[in-house]
Design a protein around this ligand. Sequence first.
Ligand code: UD1
Length: 416
Amino acid sequence: MSVWRIAGGNRLEGSIRVQGAKNAVLPMIAASLLTGCETEFLNCPALSDVEAAVDILRYLGCKARQEDDVLNIDSRDLCRSDIPSELMHRMRSSVIFLGPLLARCGEVRASVPGGCELGPRPIDLHLEALRRLGAEVEEREGEIVCRAVKLRGAEISLSLPSVGATENAMLAACAAEGPSVIYNAAREPEIESLQEYLCRLGAKVSGAGTPVVTVNGFHPCGSVGLRVMPDRIAAATLLCCTACVGGDVELQAVCPEHLEPVIVSLAEMGCRIFASGNRLRIISGGRLRAPRAIVTRPYPGFPTDAAPLLMAVSLRAEGSTVFIENIFSSRYRHASELRLLGADISTHGSLALVNGVETLHGARLHSTDLRGGAALVAAALGAEGETEIFDEGHIGRGYSSLDGDLRRLGADIRVE
Ligand code: UD1
C-alpha cells in the first residue's frame, strides 16, 4: 500500500515526455511467443503490468530483461504452455497469452481471469475466436484448456469490437493454415501497433485500424526491434491534471490524433490546446465550463479509460457535465471518493452527472482502480489543502512515474 500526499493548488508548468503505451506493449510481449525470436522494445514503460507480463514469459522458460525503458525478450527457449493462476490474476490482460501459446505449442492451459474492479470481464469472444480457428476449448472449474493439432484460417465475426479479442484472434491466426478475416475488429491504435510488430516478426497482417483485419501466413524472421507508441491515456492524464489545477504544459512524444475526443472536450471546457507534430501544449487557467456529454465508445470514440480523468476536470467546471459509460459496468467507483473532496456527483447505472462546485477541499481517499486512482490524483491537484490517497498498487499498473512527472511540472506531491 502506498500513500500519495498531494497539496493542491500549484500550477503545472514545463515540458514532459509521455511514456510508451502499456496497452500497446502488453499484446506485443505476448506476440513475442509466437516464434523463437529475440525482440528489443524501446520506450517500454516500467510499470507493474509489464512486470507481470515479463514474469509470465520467464515462467514459460523465456528470457526477459528490462533496463529503464528497454525491454529485451528472447523467446527461443519457451518450454511450457501453462500459466498458473497467481500469474493470470496479477493482470487481467494475461488472457492475451492464450492465442500465441496455442499457436506455438498447440495447447494452452490457464485459469479464467475472473472479474475486475470495472465489473465482470467475460472472455467469451476470445474463446469463440480460438474455436473458429479450430481449437478445442474446455472450460471447467475456473480453468481453460485450448488444444489444436493444427489451426486453420477462418472468418471470425466479433459481436462487439473487443480490443483483447481482436488481438487474441490476430495472434492465433498467425499460426493458422490459410487466410483468416476478423470482422468488426477493434480499431484502436494499439491494434495497428500490434499489426506492425507482427509484420516485422514475419506475419502477413493487414487492415488494422479498420473493422476488417486479415491474417494470411507467417514466415518467422530472426530478431526484431520496435519503439513502443506513445501512451494516449497517460497523455490524457497529464492534460487533465493541467486542466484541473491550471498551467501551461507541453507534452512531448505524443500522437495528437489519438487524443482527438479528449482534446475536443477539454477545448469545450475552455482549455487552449495546440498540436504541433508529436507535441501537444495545453494552457488552462481560470474557471472552466461544462463540456457536452462525455459518451464513451470504442475508438475513435471517447476512450473509457480517459472518462474518469475528464470527470476530475469537470468537478469545478461551471454547469453540469453528463457522462455515459458504454464499455464497462462499474466505471464509477471513484465517484464516491471524489465526493469526499466536496464534489457534487450522482450516478445511475451507466450515467453520471456532475454539477460543478466552486472549490474542492483535501480529504483521505482510497484509489479504486487504475484510471479511477489517476482521477483522484488529478482532482486532488485542484483541491484546497492536502489530500491523502491510499493506493493498493492500482496506479503503478499503468503509469511508470505519474508522481515524478507531476513533481517535475511543479506539483507538491509525495508518495510513501
Ligand atoms: C482494453 C484495454 C483497456 C480498455 C478497454 C476498452 C488493454 C490491455 N486494455 O481492455 O484499458 O479500457 O480495452 O477500450 O488493452 N467483452 C465481452 N467478451 C469478451 C471480451 C470483452 O463481453 O470476450 C466486453 C467487455 O466486458 C467490455 C467490452 O467488451 O464490456 C470491451 O472490452 P475489451 O475491448 O475486450 O477490453 P479489453 O481488451 O479487456
